[in-house]
Design a protein around this ligand. Structure first.
Ligand code: GDP
Length: 319
């Protein structure tokens, strides 16, 4: 039986990945920040709690699980928070990746490793869409930490011969997204207002463009990278640019409302629009991994709105 260790299994991607692996007959081990069993992942075997920067502890977690595959998802995940605490971001996201790779090298050198990088490694690119050849030029502590991880993946692969694949992941969303991300903020807000909340929903830049995919599709690309015969870097994206305004339009229409009656622009949330949008070209993932998305933008917004319960952070999960 294949054994997989998923760091950060309690997060959005961990949820979808753990279910995918379980459905494929993989024995899933996981680590969580607080060392507690995620209540909605009862089948995941918990590895000993490991501080991300503690090599001995992470080594122990790898040794206990004895994995054939390691998915390293644990990280500080927000660009905005990386500006509030750049040192913690460097520690958890950059050094955490170094720690994990060292632990695997020492305890499970034959394991196949997936590292989650991010479109933020491209910073403010000169062209769009971006692919695996686009220069790495991050412009945030988050992007810089993810770029370090990406370069380390390449180093361990090319110099040490470890099987290390990296996904350059564009925004990927689901009902599991925390409510401070714009997708959840909007789907939650639309549902709450439809249920009687007076609103308004206060947002930042409605003209901001992102390449939003469904997290359930993104984790299939992760698994495909480790099933592939050669480790590499892959852009994982839909290739479709959409604005925050379109998101509002679809989400409010889903509950029978017009967003223009309920959304106001609040300077506190405003960020400048990037001159060249972050949109990914996933041709390589499609042609070499056989990967394809199954949920388009409109379907993603619909499934997120439908999963909102109107209260609380944990909506019902469709499917
Ligand atoms: P990010 O791509 O990791 O920064 O993910 P977010 O979901 O936080 O932001 C996506 C885009 O939505 C960014 O371009 C923001 O400028 C834009 N945006 C507009 N209004 C808001 C808001 O109220 N909150 C957040 N988080 N983003 C907003």
């Amino acid at each position: 039986m294949t054994v997989a260790l998923v760091t950060g299994v309690a997060g959005q991607d961990g949820f979808y990945l753990a279910h995918l692996l379980r459905d494929r007959g993989v024995e899933v081990w996981g680590t969580t920040r607080d060392g507690r069993q995620p209540p909605d992942l009862p089948f995941v075997r918990l590895a000993p709690p490991a501080e991300l920067r503690d090599v001995a502890a992470v080594r122990a977690a790898v040794a206990v699980a004895g994995p054939d595959q390691v998915y390293h998802l644990a990280a500080q995940t927000s660009v905005a928070r990386s500006w509030q605490d750049p040192l913690a971001t460097a520690g958890d996201t950059a050094l955490g990746t170094a720690t994990l790779l060292e632990a695997v090298r020492q305890e499970a050198p034959a394991a196949r490793v997936f590292l989650a990088a991010s479109s933020e490694v491209f910073g403010e690119p000169e062209s769009s869409p971006q692919d695996e050849t686009t220069p790495i030029r991050p412009v945030s502590p988050y992007g810089a930490a993810k770029a370090y991880g990406l370069h380390l993946a390449r180093s361990y692969r090319e110099r040490l011969g470890l099987f290390v694949a990296a996904g350059i992941l564009y925004n990927h969303e689901s009902p599991r997204r925390p409510p401070d991300y714009v997708t959840r903020k909007i789907t939650r807000g639309a549902r709450a207002i439809a249920d009687g909340d007076p609103g308004p929903l206060r947002l930042g830049n409605l003209d901001a463009i992102r390449d939003w995919g469904f997290a359930g599709d993104t984790v299939r690309a992760m698994a495909a990278m480790l099933d592939h015969d050669r480790p590499s870097d892959f852009v994982v994206a839909t290739g479709e640019p959409h604005t925050v305004r379109e998101l509002c339009d679809l989400a409010f229409a889903r509950v029978g409302l017009d967003y223009r009656d309920h959304v106001v622009v609040e300077p506190a949330f405003w960020r400048p629009v990037e001159p060249v949008p972050l949109v990914g070209d996933a041709t390589n993932a499609r042609s070499r991994l056989g990967w394809a998305t199954s949920v388009d933008f409109a379907a993603l917004v619909a499934l997120m709105v439908d999963a909102e319960s109107g209260s609380g952070d944990r909506p019902a999960i469709p499917g």
